[in-house]
Design a binder for this molecule. Structure first.
Ligand code: FAD
Length: 443
């Protein structure tokens, strides 16, 4: 029997429908991964047909349906032939729909929301439980199971803890090969589980380890990953809406993973609220063996040595934060903030301007490129309230802002605002606290 040569289905190329473009601002151009769209003087797209691959991304983002797919007469002939072979006289548009529904059917094989449980030698990272909180909401909306992935050495206790925070099932890989985190062993283990059980959503903490792992997993599975999400929700089609700051924090972008699974997101610690713990909750443990052996890895972790230069203060874990900005006017002036923090049993943090000036170490920076904090009280001293700072602290329970400029944007998120000079107000607060304490002690 002669070999039947497989005919490749033409994808067509994009063209502009004359008179329809409203020059909305080059959305079609930015959506094109192949640089096939140039804009003319009128702000209308000009398609470079030598580059266009007919992916239809520009068509999807066009708000006025001014773009369409065009098939050359030869391509139309091929499409008609293919349709006849398939036993149906499918028109190009129908062929496209068929392709899309096939894709969607494939995506439908993926079900469930998974959360990676990060730990350091068995001690869990709290962000894992925060993710179980938001993961539970997503699973409920989708009507699917909320599961966790626990990988490590002697880490079964983490499964029970995951149940108490809402997981109903935990996929456990417990093996000495996982004693220390190594990118290769962990990403291969996670990919093995994902390929076998097919979750639709996979959430990982945006910590050093989580970022490393999520990137490796997404690359290996050739799926989408949105880093540092600040909001997660489900749209009417059941897709994950992943919201995060973009363009230097000046806009919030919502990102979708439309054609691949799982939909992967990382979320920073303290961005999502901690769910209630219910110690009575139980679940199912699915035990899986590691799909490799120690001998398969060339990288060995011999010892972990703590960097003694790293600042010991964890601002992200503090209940009370006294934070200073450029308005503090110098490194030496942070002493008064430290005094106030000591009186309140809190810690001192700062804005990026302060780190850039070399007044405080980067570990104390709050904001988009620093830590996300959610303390009971955040006292912002001489901080203007740029959006990149606000995204890191606006979920604090109580925000007290001290700024001499009453128009400063920090006052828009403040619970209490004090318009005045930090060098008068902070010492006055310290004095008042000390006086009240002395009075109480004298009673
Ligand atoms: C991509 C990107 C990421 C960024 N990430 C971060 C981030 O993670 N964190 C962050 O903080 N910033 C970040 N920034 C920088 C951010 O845009 C601001 O430049 C920065 O937050 C400003 O710091 P500030 O409020 O201390 O200084 P300024 O904006 O200079 O504000 C100083 C404030 O102090 C007040 N002031 C001055 N003297 C006194 C006084 N004696 N008493 C009372 N008030 C006084 C002034 O009125 C002013 O409001 C980022 C920027 C970009 C582009």
């Amino acid at each position: 029997m002669a070999d039947e040569k497989k005919v490749k289905k033409p994808r067509g190329i994009v063209r502009l429908i004359p008179g329809k473009c409203i020059a909305c601002g080059a959305r079609c151009q930015t959506s094109c991964a192949k640089d096939a769209v140039e804009m003319n003087d009128k702000g209308e797209p000009v398609i470079d047909i030598s580059k266009c691959i007919g992916c239809r991304k520009c068509i999807k983002v066009c708000p006025v349906e001014a773009l369409e797919i065009y098939f050359t007469p030869e391509e139309q002939k091929v499409l008609a032939e293919l349709a006849t072979q398939a036993g149906a006289a499918a028109a190009p548009a129908e062929a496209e729909e068929e392709e899309e529904s096939l894709d969607l059917a494939k995506l439908g094989e993926y079900r469930g929301v998974w959360v990676f449980v990060e730990h350091t030698e068995g001690k869990p990272a709290e962000v894992s439980w925060e993710l179980l909180g938001v993961g539970g909401d997503l699973a409920k909306t989708r009507g699917v199971e909320l599961c966790s992935v626990v990988i490590g050495d002697k880490v079964e206790h983490l499964c029970q803890e995951a149940f108490t925070y809402g997981a109903s099932k935990v996929y456990l890989m417990d093996d000495p090969v996982f004693h220390y985190y190594r990118t290769e062993s962990y990403y291969k283990a996670v990919c093995h589980l994902i390929e076998k059980y097919k979750p639709e959503i996979f959430l990982v903490g945006a910590t050093g380890l989580g970022r490393d792992l999520a990137g490796a997993v997404a690359t290996n599975l050739a799926t989408g990953l949105t880093a540092d999400c600040t909001g997660l929700a489900i749209d009417e089609r059941g897709f994950l809406l992943q919201t995060r700051p973009a363009f230097g924090g000046n806009i919030m972008a919502t990102i979708l993973t439309e054609r691949t699974r799982p939909q992967m997101s990382t979320v920073r610690p303290h961005v999502m609220t901690m769910p209630d713990k219910n110690v009575a909750r139980k679940g199912e443990i699915v035990r899986e063996s590691a799909p490799f052996k120690e001998q398969d890895f060339t990288t060995k972790v011999l010892e972990i040595i703590r960097d003694s230069r790293v600042d010991d203060v964890d601002v992200a874990a503090a209940d009370i934060i006294v934070s200073g900005g450029r308005g503090m006017a110098g490194k030496e002036n942070f002493q008064i903030l430290q005094e106030l923090a000591d009186e309140l049993s809190g810690v001192v943090a700062c804005s990026r301007a302060v780190v850039e000036a070399g007044w405080m170490p980067v570990e104390r920076q709050v904001g988009q490129t620093g830590k996300t904090v959610r303390p009971k009280i955040y006292i912002a001293c001489g901080i203007s309230g740029a959006i990149q700072h606000l995204v890191g602290m606006q979920s604090s329970d109580v925000i007290i802002a001290i700024n001499r400029d009453k128009q400063a944007p920090i006052f828009e998120v403040a619970t209490y605002g004090i318009v005045g000079d930090v060098f008068e107000i902070v010492p006055a607060i310290i004095k008042r606290i000390r006086d009240l304490r002395a009075k109480k002690a004298a009673k």
